[in-house]
Design a protein around this ligand. Structure first.
Ligand SMILES: *[C@@H]1O[C@H](CO)[C@@H](O)[C@H](O)[C@H]1NC(C)=O
Length: 291
């Protein structure tokens, strides 16, 4: 009775917050954060060293490293002749990717890899707008590539990293953040304005990326063929508190995430699911053994 009486006099309210649609919320938070996070979504950050990069790209990256923060001797002493896939470069690339994703998490954001198919995008534009768009694409390419770009020979895709507020989904990134914010930064405003009203869903791929420590992994046994990794695996597996992700070799690092500087969220989740299953199985086996 007392409770009922209390309920009848209580004014129960909820805070509605703003009346913004989810897309507007993403967009307004992004525009607030964009200055703060400017350094975290710098173009072009290539995650995957799969394709060979031209010299201008490495020069750009090296310049960025030197300007962005006090350069370590190691980076400063890199010679242009060294460019390629030497250990030093991988270290720079991994360091930069890791810095980007961790910086983004610290700001409460989510980190994305955005790939844009430039040739398909060009096809979506009216004929009359294409040369202006190509001018915009030239801004991001080395001067030597200008003539061929204007003739329509485009890099197959463009990849950039983005740190967005937590509320942003791939849909809002594609529909709002790319055309309204990123396109201007990349292509300049005249070319970016051509994208208004263009349906980017088919030409932009947005995938969330995480950092390596998101993998629930404590150790790996790595080795060349016939060096005893299998017997080490079998022996360690006897221990009640050690579980392996697979009964044989696990090809995750040499197939799924090979060449990636950061793993996709989907890959991390899949891997962690496998680990969780392996752990459950191990717990069951050991508890049977004990009882
Ligand atoms: C883009 O193309 C349309 C025709 O499809 C034309 O009316 C418009 O002026 C063009 N815009 C620019 C900036 O060239």
């Amino acid at each position: 009775m007392a409770l009922l009486a209390l309920a009848s006099v209580a004014n129960l309210g909820v805070l509605l917050g703003s009346r913004q649609q989810p897309g507007e919320l993403c967009s307004s938070k992004y525009s607030e954060a964009v200055e703060k996070w400017r350094l975290l979504s710098r173009f072009p950050t290539e995650y995957s060293p799969r394709d060979h990069r031209p010299d201008w790209y490495w020069e750009f990256l090296l310049e960025g490293q030197q300007k962005g923060r006090p350069s370590t001797d190691r980076i400063a002493n890199l010679q242009m002749d060294d460019i390629g896939y030497g250990d030093q470069w991988l270290e720079v690339l991994f360091g930069q990717a890791q810095e980007g994703v961790v910086g983004c998490f610290v700001h409460g954001g989510r980190y994305w890899e955005v790939t844009m198919d430039l040739a398909q995008l060009l096809d979506l534009l009216p004929e009359a707008n294409r040369s202006l768009f190509l001018e915009g694409v030239c801004r991001m390419l080395p001067p030597a590539a200008r003539a061929s770009t204007l003739a329509g020979f485009l890099p197959s895709s463009l990849r950039l990293s983005m740190c967005t507020p937590h509320d942003c989904t791939p849909e809002w990134i594609t529909r709002i953040l790319i055309p309204e914010f990123e396109a201007g930064k990349m292509f300049g405003s005249p070319a970016a304005s051509l994208l208004t009203g263009i349906f980017l869903q088919d030409v932009v791929n947005v995938q969330e990326v995480l950092n390596w420590p998101s993998l629930h992994l404590d150790f790996a046994i790595a080795g060349v063929d016939n060096c005893g990794t299998t017997s080490l695996h079998r022996n360690l597996e006897q221990h009640p508190e050690i579980a392996f992700s697979s009964s044989e070799e696990d090809f995750f690092f040499v197939s799924d995430v090979v060449h990636r500087l950061l793993p996709l969220r989907s890959q991390v989740e899949e891997f962690n699911r496998r680990i969780a299953l392996a752990k459950d199985k191990k717990w069951q086996e050991t508890s049977q053994f004990v009882s």
